[in-house]
Ligand binder design. Structure first.
Ligand code: CP
Length: 317
């Protein structure tokens, strides 16, 4: 594997999950692969899980790790070509990227959607510039439209906990006070659409995801209907995708919060969320603290998804 930005880069999902479970059982078995190799992790946005789990995965593989928070201590970066740089950004990404590539063997990038220009966000300009100009393998630590390390960890978690071969998995929108990207739900949908699960999406009117991510999933605008018989409930907020409301909060309707009453509609479902989560907006205290909550196992599997991806990249060097 050279780059990892979506499910398309991982190949056969059954093979990937099998490899993940092998790595999980013996996570230091590939320590030789990263010897004298350096991972550079570049964050344009905040992170807790991605930062720690990816660093831990790299250390499991024997790599050295450098972490750069672009907005804290680095020069502010101009990303637009053609701009007269007489403002507050002294360095251009087009010089910064190849320079960063000089100091490492693999680059991880976190760069969220900006919500200024949908076309630009959905063209994944930032991570694609890293792929084009760094000269090094690049993987996504959440880009504008996808969060594949999260989705891979979610898939591993579902495979570990599923009680039937073809579980019903419901991705449901839930309320949040601020505009959040569509990256996590897009990516989750993209990965679920590659499985043979019974996968459905629930969201209020005006919150439909891009058709290429919805894929074959049935979309419900009635959450209760979608939740009936669910084996897994994956809650997440996202802002509107459709024009003219791209990137906007259209609703904070708390009747979409996942509560004990909502979970009672399901087939004793497991609750999932990528974290961080706003309690009693997205999910009630009772549900997230219940034995059916998988939020911590999901987060733990972030180390494993990152290790498989880094292992495959290292094997290709
Ligand atoms: N789920 C996730 O990516 O968490 P962080 O934003 O804390 O990295």
């Amino acid at each position: 594997m050279r780059n990892f930005t979506s499910v398309n880069d991982i190949g056969d999902l059954r093979g990937a999950v099998r490899e993940a479970l092998e790595v999980k059982a013996n996570r230091f078995a590939y320590k030789h692969l990263g010897e004298n190799r350096t991972l550079l992790m570049i964050f344009f946005n905040s992170s807790l899980r991605t930062r720690l789990s990816t660093q831990k995965a790299a250390m499991n593989l024997g790599m050295n790790v450098i972490v750069l928070d672009v907005n804290q201590g680095a020069w502010k970066l101009e990303t637009e070509r053609g701009v007269i740089m007489d403002g507050d950004k002294p360095e251009h990404l087009l010089e910064a990227i190849p320079v960063m590539g000089c100091y490492c063997d693999v680059i991880g990038v976190r760069s969220f959607a900006q919500f200024v220009d949908k076309k630009k966000d959905y063209s994944e300009e930032i991570i694609n510039q890293f792929i084009k100009y760094s000269g090094k393998p690049v993987f996504s630590m959440e880009a504008a439209t996808r969060h594949p390390l999260q989705s891979f960890a979610d898939l591993i978690t579902i495979e570990e906990y599923k009680r039937t071969e073809r579980p019903k998995v419901v991705l449901t929108w839930a309320p949040h006070p601020k505009a959040l990207p569509q990256a996590v739900p897009n990516s989750f949908a993209e990965w679920m659409n590659r499985t043979d699960y019974d996968f459905v999406i629930a969201n209020p009117e005006g919150y439909d995801l891009a058709p290429e991510f919805v894929g074959k999933a049935k979309v419900y605008h009635n959450q209760d209907e979608a939740l009936r018989g669910a084996d897994f409930v994956y809650a997440k907020n996202w802002s509107a995708f459709e024009d003219p409301n791209y990137g906007k909060v259209l609703s904070t309707d708390r009747s979409w919060t996942i509560t004990t009453e909502k979970m009672a509609l399901t087939n004793d479902a497991y609750f999932m969320h990528c974290l961080p989560v706003r309690r009693n907006m997205i999910v009630s205290d009772d549900v997230i603290e219940s034995p059916r909550s998988l939020v911590i196992p999901e987060a733990a599997n972030r180390e494993i998804s990152a290790e498989v991806v880094l292992k495959r990249i290292l094997e290709s060097l």
